[in-house]
Design a protein around this ligand. Sequence first.
Ligand code: ADP
Ligand code: MG
Length: 398
Amino acid sequence: MKLDTRAMRHLAAEDWRVLTAVEMGSKNHEIVPTPLIEKLARLRGGVSGVHRSISALAKVGLIARVKEAKYDGYRLTYGGLDYLALHTHASRKDVYSVGNRIGVGKESDIMVVADHSGKQCVLKIHRLGRISFRTVKSNRDYLKNRNAQSWMYLSRLAAMKEYAFMNALHEEGFPVPVPLAQSRHTIVMSLVDAFPLRQISEVPDPASLYADLISLILRLASHGLIHGDYNEFNILVKEIKSTAEDGTESIVLEPVIIDFPQMVSMEHVNAEMYFDRDVNCIKRFFLRRFHFTPSQPGPFFKDAKKTVGKGGLKRLDATVEASGFTKKMLKDLEAAIKDKKTVGEGQEGANEDDEDDEDDYDKDGDEDSEEEEGEEEEGDDEDEGEGRQEALLSGGLS
Ligand code: ADP
Ligand code: MG
C-alpha cells in the first residue's frame, strides 16, 4: 500500500474534522452511519458542509462508502488512517515532509521523512491485520471477530508496543534508533545510517561481530527481554572508521537493532523457544554468509535466565507492561504476529501470491490499488526514483 501524501495539502479544516469524526465513529461502528458522522463532526456549515467533506474524502480514498450495508455509512481506509497520523505528526512538528520509501515488509512501510529543520528521520507505518488471511481462514474465531477495526486496532498496538520498547531500550543505552514520536499505527524514529546485515557480503572479523550480536541477546535477556525476530533484516550494521594512534585506519562494525513489536519477556511460556530461535538465526546466518562457526556451544536459555534482573538491572519487560499495555493487548498482538509469522517465516519469497488474501480481507475492494506487494522482499532497499520530499501541508496547521 503506497503512501501518497499529495491530497493532504488540499484538505480543508472541515475535511479533517470529518475524517476525525469517521475515526471516532469507527471505535464503535464497523461502518459509521452518516448521521453519526454529521453529529461527531459538528461543522458550523451544517449537514451540507459535512456532505461536501464526505465526498471530498471519499474521492481521494480516505474513507470508503460501504454499499452492501444495511444502512448508509462509511469506513476509514488505511489511507485515511495514514493521513490522520501524518496530520498529527505534522501539527506536533515531528514531521514536515515525506520522502522515499526505503523498506516494505508484509506488515509495514518504512519511509524517510524530514522534520522542520530538514533532519531526516524514519516513519514506520504498521500494517498488521490485513495479511495472511490464508492462515486465518482456518481460524474461525478470528474470522468471526474480524471487523473493520481489527486492522486499525492491531496496527496501533504494534506501533505502541514497538515505541514503548524502543523507548525503554534507548533509555537503557541499547543500540536502537532514537524514538521520536508515535501516533496511531505509526512511529517516527531516527534514521540509522547503515545497511541491514543481510546486505553485507563480507566482514573483516566475523567472530567479533558474532560475539557482539550474541552479547546483545544476553544483555537483552539480563533485562528480561527476548527480541523474538533477531535476524539479518532486523540488525543494521554501522561502519565506523577509526584511526589508531599510529595512523592506521580500521573499520569498526556496530550493530543497531530494530523491529520490536514481537519482543517477549523472559517469563513468557515459550521464552526458551524464542531465545533459542534468536540465537540459532544468527548462527545459521553466520555459517551461511561468512562460513563462520563459533567455537563454543550456546548461549543457553537456562544460563541467561539466571542473569535476569541481576545486580539490580532494570526489568524492561516490566517497564513496558507498566506503560499501559494490558495483558489482553499483548495477547491480541501476539496472536496476530504469530499468524503473520506462519506465512512470513523466512521472509524470503514469503510474499508470493497473496492477492487472494487481499481480496479476502477487503470485500469492498475499493481502497487498495496495490501493485507492489508480493514482489518485494522485506528489507531490501528500494528506490522509488523520485528522490524528493513531499511537504505535507502548505499552510499553517490548527
Ligand atoms: P518490518 O516490521 O516490516 O520488518 P522493520 O522495522 O524491520 O519493519 O524495517 C524494515 C526495513 O526498513 C529494515 O530492514 C531496514 O532496512 C529499514 N529500516 C527500518 N527502520 C530503520 C531506521 N530507523 N533506519 C534505517 N533503516 C531502517
Ligand atoms: Mg523487520
